[in-house]
Ligand binder design. Structure first.
Ligand code: IFM
Length: 447
């Protein structure tokens, strides 16, 4: 299978998951520092204090990326490194780290894809009210400008937010993520302010000359249990309505305001006059993070899930499919179904798979990690990306989650998503068999 010549191959990470160095060079505390240090929030009390020590090892990590032949590297900037308390003048040492990283990437001929927010809100902004407070959106836009002022001469690809659904509904809805608050109304306010933050930042970056702007969402095809293995299965009326509602709550809640300037009818929101014009500032790409489908069925009387305000009468169901170490069902053609649908629904924008990958119980054996299960997972999903392109979807690239094993949020370090194994005691990096396989895929422009 050959991909278009311009297809972008790469891998992704995020600041809190790999950097460590949480007290260095003027970095302030983030909500994930506070959350992970609170007993009971993260498996085994793990924190991002050291993580993969990428802050100190970025040069050798970039060398590794070059050896794997990556063409693109998606990383996030830690807001509290740039503004310790989320406001005011930028911290030169924080900016200097990303400056050095970008230069090292460009020297290795790897395109930097910068994400401005991958969940590490400065704790000081949370103390003032966090994302449910409208002002946080304006603080984000100022921070985005500060980063662009320093890196904009070399970085072409800018992402405002990673997975705003997760920030809002796991952070403020069911509280499984930082800051760990549990209030459905706050979660909905957070979702709107994240969109406002996206639009404000996109507008200002565009004025400053940013060439490629992207919003990254965690999206999934919403399916009935029968549709998981039989795409042709036709759901009854109640199940079809459940599917449509969850699709609106997960995906249309973000993409309709951004790409069409309006919220779907299903969404409760407190948009003020003018907000939707800001939110619908034109962007170039939508990033899709895909891991598994969302499986639902109608269940009259079922209360709304804490993370899904508006989901009353709907039950989340298991998929009949093999699973990864996270227990997530493996449904590769879910990716092509999703890309084809979104590309049809939103023809005004291009798409990129900005995360796809899997955790498995990897073992280092004689200096190798034989992760055939991950190779199979990636190969099957890549084939589905190819099928989506053949079916007319405008998909510009594919980034594996993740370059390195890293801090998997509430699961700590036990879940390993990396192409490269990290021994957390020694920080030794061992490219897994999947990394070597991916190197060959990139070299051959297809699996
Ligand atoms: O590790 C996360 C990442 O930070 C965001 N998307 C999903 C990944 C796997 O859970």
């Amino acid at each position: 299978m050959k991909f278009p010549e311009s297809f972008v191959w790469g891998a992704a990470t995020a600041s809190y998951q790999i950097e460590g160095a949480v007290d260095e060079d003027g970095r302030g505390p983030s909500i994930w520092d506070t959350f992970s240090r609170t007993p009971g929030n993260v498996a085994m009390g793990h924190t991002g204090d050291v993580a993969c020590d990428h802050y100190h090892r970025y040069r050798s990590d970039v060398r590794l990326m070059r050896e794997l032949g990556l063409k693109a590297y998606r990383f996030s900037v830690a807001w509290p490194r740039i503004q310790a308390d989320g406001t005011g003048p930028a911290n030169p040492k924080g900016l200097a780290f990303y400056d050095r990283l970008v230069d090292a990437l460009l020297e290795a001929e790897i395109s930097p894809y910068v994400t401005l927010y991958h969940w590490d809100l400065p704790q000081a902004l949370e103390d003032r009210g966090g994302w449910p407070l409208r002002d946080t959106a304006y603080r984000f836009a100022d921070y985005a400008v500060a980063v662009h002022d320093r890196l904009g001469d070399r970085v072409e690809h800018w992402t405002t937010l990673n997975e705003p659904w997760v920030s809002a509904f796991l952070g403020y809805g069911n509280g499984v993520h930082a800051p760990g608050r549990k209030d459905a109304d706050d979660a909905e306010r957070a979702a709107h302010h994240l969109l406002l933050a996206h639009g404000l930042a996109a507008g200002r970056l565009r004025e400053l000359g940013a060439r490629s702007l992207m919003l990254v969402v965690n999206s999934a095809p919403v399916l009935t249990p029968a549709q998981v293995n039989d795409p042709a299965s036709v759901p009854g009326e109640a199940d079809a309505a459940a599917v449509d509602r969850i699709h609106a709550l997960l995906t249309r809640r973000f993409l309709d305001p951004v790409l069409r300037g309006r919220y779907p009818d299903e969404i409760r929101h407190e948009a003020r006059d003018g907000d939707l014009e800001i939110i619908s500032t034109p962007i170039d790409l939508v990033g899709i993070n895909y891991y598994n489908p969302c499986v639902v069925q109608a269940a009259p009387g079922e209360p709304a899930d804490l993370a899904w305000p508006g989901s009353e009468g709907i039950r989340f169901a298991a998929a009949d499919a093999p699973t990864t170490a996270m227990g997530w069902p493996i449904v590769p053609d879910g990716l092509s179904r999703l890309l084809v649908r979104l590309s049809r629904d939103y023809p005004e924008v291009g798409f990129m798979v900005t995360e796809n990958g899997a955790a498995f119980d990897d073992v280092v054996d004689g200096g190798r990690v034989h992760d055939d299960d991950r190779i199979a997972y990636l190969a099957e999903h890549l084939r589905e990306v190819g099928h989506a392109i053949e079916a007319g979807a405008d998909v510009r690239g594919y980034l594996v989650w993740s370059l390195l094993d890293n801090f998997e949020w509430a699961f700590g370090y036990d879940e390993r998503f990396g192409l490269v194994h990290v021994d957390y005691a020694t920080q030794a990096r061992t490219p897994k068999d999947s990394a070597l396989w991916y190197r060959d895929v990139i070299a051959g422009n297809g699996p």
